[in-house]
Design a protein around this ligand. Structure first.
Ligand SMILES: [Zn+2]
Length: 470
């Protein structure tokens, strides 16, 4: 709740920065450009640089003046509760890092009796409240490059491309702050859907009945939450854990899956979830994502994943009516384990044994495959028998998830390749050699990456979208 849109003072339409100094700038710019044109070694790149350099001072001055005007007209009310502020004082100066360099703004400060806190209404009006000292554009830059690449590299790339200087530690702090904000936004959006208030979030659906495909997987990430306390922990009988599970899921309508010219499957539109907040976190986020993608209207829901039991428990819990399929590649790997138990030294014999079985599996004859496994298990002894027995149990457990014939007939994927590829892409950022994370840090940056992938970036940085196009 706020009253910041109330404009009691009409804005002053004159700008000091657009007066006399503009002529000086224009003269300097023209001279610089002419120098570039005459110098045969210089290219369009030099012209671009020249224009940027010569106009940046003007841009910064304009931003400072306009921001100060906006600050001056922000009403003295609390941004959190709307209460009128008391004990007002003026001239509290603060410097912000902006797209055009540092800009200082003088703000008024007041006391909110209800919140029992000092408030700076200008910070709220300018979008600077939930940040260290970065302007909204710089907040976005830090969030974007910080979630895409390691901070030292991100800092150098950002400066090279935009001229904005954010040292790695500052960039890291700002990116995480934005990631935390993204987590709060995600929670708010998901909650709206749960409360049946998020109809504007639902994707547009045609009249045709459709199948919603859900794929689930996990990978692990290295963290250092207990860094430096290992000895202490071990003394207390606790082995410090470094590797932790990241859970991921994706969902899409089957009619969004098509083939590229080279015959590779591509999915035109889909949504992704990736989280360090445990299976419970994945379950809730994935459910919300599926609602957005049309879960409530789907003619069929299909879940594809590997054999991990937590996945199928989650499915039972949240998607009880869904059809289920075991990823074909994982199933074939388990058959290969039996082939190697049968023919440990003979790859050719192993292959000869497995090939008809893989064909049967693809043809939907899983009962026959399981019968064959029962036969061979009986023939084996000791360790090899135990190995085959455990694979037999695996196929028995998943016997109702093996209908690959139906999958082919209906044009459905046989495996969970889409989410596996997505997990690998996240790992390119979050699982680099020598990287250690903290749980709160990786969740925040992963959340930013997921907003970006799901096409919801503008919900975090509305200034980035052009309002005239809405
Ligand atoms: Zn208040």
């Amino acid at each position: 709740m706020n009253n910041c849109c109330v404009q009691s003072v009409p804005p002053d339409s004159s700008y000091e920065a657009l007066g006399q100094p503009v002529e000086d700038w224009m003269a300097r710019l023209a001279a610089g450009l002419n120098r570039c044109i005459q110098n045969t070694n210089q290219t369009m790149g030099d012209l671009e640089r020249e224009i940027l350099q010569q106009t940046q001072g003007l841009e910064r001055k304009l931003l400072a003046e306009a921001s100060q005007k906006k600050a001056d007209q922000s009403p003295p009310v609390c941004s959190k509760c709307g209460n009128q502020l008391s004990r007002l004082s003026q001239g509290h100066e603060r410097t912000y890092q902006t797209r055009f360099g540092p800009v200082s703004i003088r703000r008024s400060r007041g006391w909110c009796k209800r919140c029992k806190a000092w408030r700076f209404p200008a910070d709220y009006a300018l979008g600077l409240e939930e940040t260290g000292s970065a302007s909204p554009s710089v907040q976005e830059m830090a969030a974007l490059v910080g979630s895409k690449m390691p901070v030292a590299e991100a800092s150098a790339v950002l400066e090279r491309l935009t001229g904005v200087k954010l040292p790695p530690a500052t960039l890291d702090r700002e990116a995480r702050r934005q990631g935390k904000r993204a987590e709060r936004k995600r929670k708010e959006l998901d909650q709206q859907l749960m409360d049946s208030q998020g109809s504007q979030q639902l994707v547009a659906l045609g009249q045709e009945p459709f199948t919603l495909v859900i794929e689930v997987d996990s990978w692990n990430i290295r963290e250092r939450d207990d860094w430096g306390r290992s000895q202490q922990k071990r003394a207390a009988g606790i082995e410090p854990a470094r590797w932790h599970w990241v859970y991921g899921g994706t969902c899409f309508r089957l009619n969004q899956r098509t083939q590229s010219q080279s015959g590779r499957s591509i999915i035109l539109s889909r949504a992704t979830v990736m989280t360090r907040q445990g299976v419970g976190g994945l379950r809730e986020q994935l459910f919300a994502e599926c609602l957005r993608q049309g879960l409530g209207k789907a003619a069929e829901v299909l879940v594809i994943a590997d054999g991990a039991m937590w996945i199928w428990n989650l499915v039972q819990d949240r998607f009880a009516h869904a059809s289920q399929r075991l990823d074909f590649y994982h199933a074939s790997q388990h058959l290969w384990a039996v082939a190697h138990a049968l023919h440990p030294e003979d790859e050719l014999a192993a292959r000869q044994w497995i090939e008809p079985l893989l064909k049967k599996l693809k043809a939907g004859r899983s009962i026959s495959v399981i019968a064959e496994l029962e036969q061979v298990t009986k023939r084996l002894r000791a360790k090899r028998r135990a190995a085959a027995q455990s694979e037999l149990e695996y196929f028995r457990t998943h016997r109702d998830r093996l209908d690959y014939r139906a999958a082919k007939q209906r044009g459905q994927p046989l495996g969970s390749g889409a989410i596996e590829a997505t997990c690998r892409q996240y790992q390119c950022r979050f699982k680099r050699p020598g990287q250690f994370w903290t749980q709160s840090g990786d969740e925040a940056l992963m959340c930013l990456e997921t907003f970006w992938r799901n096409g919801r970036w503008q919900l975090l940085f509305p200034h980035a979208s052009d309002p005239s196009k809405n």
